[in-house]
Design a protein. Structure first.
Length: 339
């Protein structure tokens, strides 16, 4: 199944066309001082039964985001292939070296998995993994679900996320999936910078792509994990991979949007950030969302950070210490988008 013109250097003993549950590894060549002929063994699972759509489910794209990987591992263990109609390709720890280290970026090459697509077969480890996903797995997938959380620096209201899409059919199908996931918030997002994201790579192929932001602070938040597990189950039902005696509950997702960069709040100086609001609180354009203290000058007034848009506090920085340019808050407003 390799792409002969641009073959990946990553291999696996998984048979992507076989029914049943296969749990194995991607073998990523990684020759280094301590291991001449060594490899990284990155876990992968394929669960398949009969004909149906293929969902590619990924977590751990950033190595300090845990609800997605935990939910996917639980799905791998619990799902009986006999109850499935279609195929799941599951990579719970997509940036495996980063996940092992508990860091956002890979400790091997500094790679940010969600900024290197479409990857490079001859590049660094992070680029090689992205290239494998792009050339070997995306062609098999009809739908891609990439589970993110806030990681070490951010915390979110648990949410499923999509982007504004020009193709109306793709937009409607993605919006339907967003609502089916049924997270507390379903967010339509304008990214600050989409270069190299898996999201863009999938969307450009006309396929359905959803991501999530589940909790954060590099923890496993029980409520966020529950949203992830239930959301995955809802999507398997939505796309017809599992049948359930009970119909899915009507969506209670609050549909919201971040339409442009003016909904982001950046630190304008370095110091200690004092937030004035909790997640979910209502904020008003022009008001201060927090302030930054400079402890080298105790008489100096803290610097106020103003929000440019009204809405709710959807995302906040976790740590007190901030540097100029850090994202400290994202505001979301209710969306008028309808199916
Ligand atoms: Ca992330």
């Amino acid at each position: 199944m390799t792409n002969p013109a641009n073959p990946s250097r990553i291999s696996t003993d998984i048979d992507f066309n076989r029914d049943g549950k296969q749990v194995s590894n991607l073998i990523i060549p990684y020759s280094r001082n301590q291991s001449a002929w060594g490899s990284l063994l990155m876990p992968i699972a394929v669960i398949q039964q009969g004909k149906g759509p293929t969902l590619l489910l990924t977590g751990g794209s950033h190595g300090d985001e845990y609800e997605g990987p935990v939910a996917l591992a639980k799905l791998v263990r619990s799902l009986d292939p006999q109850t499935l109609q279609g195929r799941l390709i599951i990579l719970p720890t997509l940036n495996y070296p980063a996940f092992q280290a508990g860091t956002r970026l890979s400790p091997i090459d500094g790679g940010n998995m969600n900024r290197v697509f479409p990857g490079d077969r001859s590049g660094t480890i992070t680029q090689m993994i992205a290239h494998y996903v792009y050339t070997e797995l995306l062609p098999l997938a009809d739908v891609v679900i990439d589970l993110h959380s806030g990681g070490s620096s951010l915390e979110f209201i648990p949410s499923a996320i999509m982007h504004y899409l020009e193709d109306t059919t793709q937009m409607d199908q993605t919006l339907a999936a967003l609502q089916a996931f049924n997270a507390p918030v379903g967010l339509i997002l304008e990214e600050l910078d989409m270069a190299g994201m898996l999201d863009a790579a999938v969307e450009q192929q006309g396929k359905i792509f959803l991501s999530t932001e589940l909790g954060g602070g590099a923890t496993v938040a029980p409520q966020a994990l529950q949203v992830a597990e239930q959301g995955l189950h809802n999507l398997l039902q939505h796309f017809g991979l599992i049948q359930s005696a009970t119909k899915p509950a009507a969506t209670t997702t609050r549909l919201m949007e971040v339409p442009d960069g003016s909904y982001y709040v950046m630190a304008t100086s370095s110091g200690i950030y004092e937030p004035f609001y909790r997640l979910g609180d209502t904020v008003t354009a022009g008001s201060a969302i927090g302030q930054i203290h400079d402890f080298d000058d105790l008489l100096r007034q803290p610097e106020s950070l103003l929000v440019r848009q009204s809405g709710i506090l959807f995302c906040r920085r976790v740590q007190g210490q901030v540097e100029r340019g850090d994202c400290v808050a994202v505001i979301a407003r209710d969306s008028k988008e309808v199916l």
